[in-house]
Design a protein around this ligand. Sequence first.
Ligand SMILES: CC(C)(COP(=O)(O)OP(=O)(O)OC[C@H]1O[C@@H](n2cnc3c(N)ncnc32)[C@H](O)[C@@H]1O)[C@@H](O)C(=O)NCCC(=O)NCCS
Ligand SMILES: Nc1ncnc2c1ncn2[C@@H]1O[C@H](COP(=O)(O)OP(=O)(O)OP(=O)(O)O)[C@@H](O)[C@H]1O
Length: 212
Amino acid sequence: MNRPLIRPLILGLTGSIGMGKSTVAAMFAEAGVPVFDADAEVHRLQGPGGALVPAIEAGFPGSTGPQGVKRAELGATVFADPAALARLEAIVHPAVQAARADFLVAHADAPLVVFDIPLLFEKDLLHEVDKVAVVSAPADVQAARVLARPGMTAEKLAAIRARQMPDAEKRARAHFVIATGTSLEETRRQVARLVEKLRAGLASGHAETEQA
Ligand SMILES: CC(C)(COP(=O)(O)OP(=O)(O)OC[C@H]1O[C@@H](n2cnc3c(N)ncnc32)[C@H](O)[C@@H]1O)[C@@H](O)C(=O)NCCC(=O)NCCS
Ligand SMILES: Nc1ncnc2c1ncn2[C@@H]1O[C@H](COP(=O)(O)OP(=O)(O)OP(=O)(O)O)[C@@H](O)[C@H]1O
């Protein structure tokens, strides 16, 4: 990716389904840190009039309509067929990467930015970031949060978990772990401490694992 010579420190934020990544990303934004939301970007690119709609229609005829990509239908196709998923990713990922590069240029003066990337580890995107923070909560808390969502079932959750790297492995690979099984206030304090530390340039260059 083309980066400006002087650029912000890039903190990759990731975590498995229901771990609280979106909530924590909002806490970084509240603390004044620019946040790039990969999922939101994909939704924009695939939404009504989205830049990727024609290419996705060409690759997957019938998968789009006036509202852009019919995500649930396309998901049913590609999640059952790894070759189809790879074809979709080959359309989507370069566009997201370009949007990230633009975001970095737009925030070149910030000391710190966050790239919120749900599948950071799974899609091998470590080279896009300088440090990685993983949001994590106990498995029972994760399951309770996800199963409370409309339309979610234990079977769907199991299928999604099977496509994601286990939480313990993510934590082992992270530079920082942000615990979200606690109160929102405690998590907000962890985020504030981490922001302060990274902004101050105190984070060592080592791949240490620590609580934020
Ligand atoms: C296939 C699509 C349209 C389905 O959309 P839908 O809203 O139904 O599902 P959603 O995006 O919420 O994904 C559901 C779950 O599937 C998993 N998942 C999504 N994309 C991928 C992928 N490329 N590889 C593996 N798992 C994936 C995630 O763990 C997620 O929790 C959409 O997921 C998509 O366009 N994926 C390809 C782009 C991509 O890689 N996105 C990930 C963020 S960059
Ligand atoms: N300490 C905490 N930190 C973060 N979230 C918390 C905390 N305590 C409770 N929650 C709740 O847990 C839920 C987490 O949902 P959120 O959408 O942030 O997760 P996510 O990991 O982004 O999910 P997904 O990957 O499925 O999009 C929210 O309803 C949030 O209010």
